[in-house]
Design a protein around this ligand. Structure first.
Ligand SMILES: NC(=O)c1ccc[n+]([C@@H]2O[C@H](COP(=O)([O-])OP(=O)(O)OC[C@H]3O[C@@H](n4cnc5c(N)ncnc54)[C@H](OP(=O)(O)O)[C@@H]3O)[C@@H](O)[C@H]2O)c1
Length: 302
């Protein structure tokens, strides 16, 4: 039995669908009063009803309440968690979910005899990071590595479907200029969320994933300026850009993700060894151009 924590999220839902397609028994942690069904109708989450119809078995629980995790973890071999607070808010904060909530999950999973815990972190996770989410992810990674549980940490670069949509694709679809953060010249190995889901599903029970931190990114690293230039090629015209200072509000980006956006102008984040990892886990990587061609199809020249 696999317990999926965060199944109603954008990535969590995709991972759950892959596990169900492999006919694995999947239990999904569901929160009473979850807004996921409403968010799913806006393309911002995965429908719990659809996951249940596909075979996932719901179990009630919340990372903030360790008592509820006991029953959820009972009889479970592997826990996968993608849960995070960024798109939720209210009582779900980096402190309560990404720091304490993850700790709760690791403690309960160990006590329940779970064999492996797969934690979706982020490439730049670091307990000393000035970015609160990345600091909490870094702390969780260390706590998991010291927990005695078998673990896999999947640490992806930025998702194309989140950041390239927000900064480049959606502005263009709405007739606005794409947004670059600061200089827009730092290169990042943006990765498709579909490829991240493939990786996470492939790590399940894979011996090469045991007790490893796997940094994953797309096949090439591009700066936001280069991504906008590629979008211009897809659309057949030169594009102007709107520059936003790091830390300033970015249209469509929640306030608590501003510090993450600012990180795009701090340093390059390329990922080495991707062709080797792709081969090991059988994942073929989506190039940025292919992503842009698909995403900009509604306004591309015939
Ligand atoms: N976006 C990027 O570029 C990027 C890059 C690197 C790494 N990542 C990481 O990749 C993962 C992305 O996951 P995603 O797209 O599926 O996230 P998401 O769409 O933001 O969904 C959040 C999930 O967390 C659950 N959750 C929030 N608070 C909870 C709590 N207190 N107890 C239990 N569940 C709770 C939500 O459940 P409800 O539906 O019930 O609220 C939902 O299922 C995250 O860990 C993120 O940090 C993202």
């Amino acid at each position: 039995m696999v317990l999926m924590v965060g199944a109603t999220g954008l990535l969590g839902g995709r991972i759950t669908q892959r596990l169900l397609a492999r006919r694995l028994p999947v239990r999904m942690l569901m929160r009473p009063g979850s807004v996921a069904e409403t968010l799913a109708a806006q393309g911002m989450a995965t429908s719990p009803r659809a996951l249940e119809a596909a075979g996932a078995r719901p179990v009630t629980g919340d990372l903030k309440d360790p008592d509820t995790l006991e029953a959820a973890c009972r009889g479970v071999e592997v826990v996968i968690t993608t849960a995070n607070s960024v798109l939720r808010g209210g009582e779900d904060t980096i402190e309560t979910v990404d720091r304490t909530g993850n700790r709760n999950l690791i403690d309960v999973a160990r006590r329940a005899g779970v064999r492996r815990l797969i934690f979706v972190s982020a490439q730049r996770a670091d307990r000393n990071s000035p970015v609160p989410l990345l600091a909490a992810k870094g702390e969780t990674e260390a706590y998991l590595q010291e927990s005695g549980l078998d673990y896999t940490i999947v640490a992806p670069n930025a998702f194309m479907e989140v950041w390239l949509n927000l900064l480049v694709v959606w502005p263009l679809l709405e007739g606005r200029p794409p947004v670059i953060i600061g200089s827009g010249t730092r290169r990042h190995a943006f990765i498709s969320i579909e490829d991240v889901a493939d990786f996470v599903a492939a790590t399940l029970c894979h011996p090469a994933a045991r007790n490893r931190r796997l940094v994953i990114g797309g096949p090439e690293a591009y700066s936001l300026r280069e991504v906008v230039a590629q979008a211009g090629q897809v659309l057949g015209r030169a594009l102007s850009m709107q520059a936003v200072q790091p830390g300033d509000p970015v249209p469509g980006v929640p306030d608590n993700a501003r510090s993450i956006a600012a990180g795009f102008d701090v340093a390059d984040t390329s990922v080495e060894h991707m062709s080797e990892l792709s081969k090991t886990f059988g994942v073929s990587l989506t190039p940025v151009t292919a992503f842009l061609q698909q995403a900009l199809r509604p306004i591309a020249r015939a």
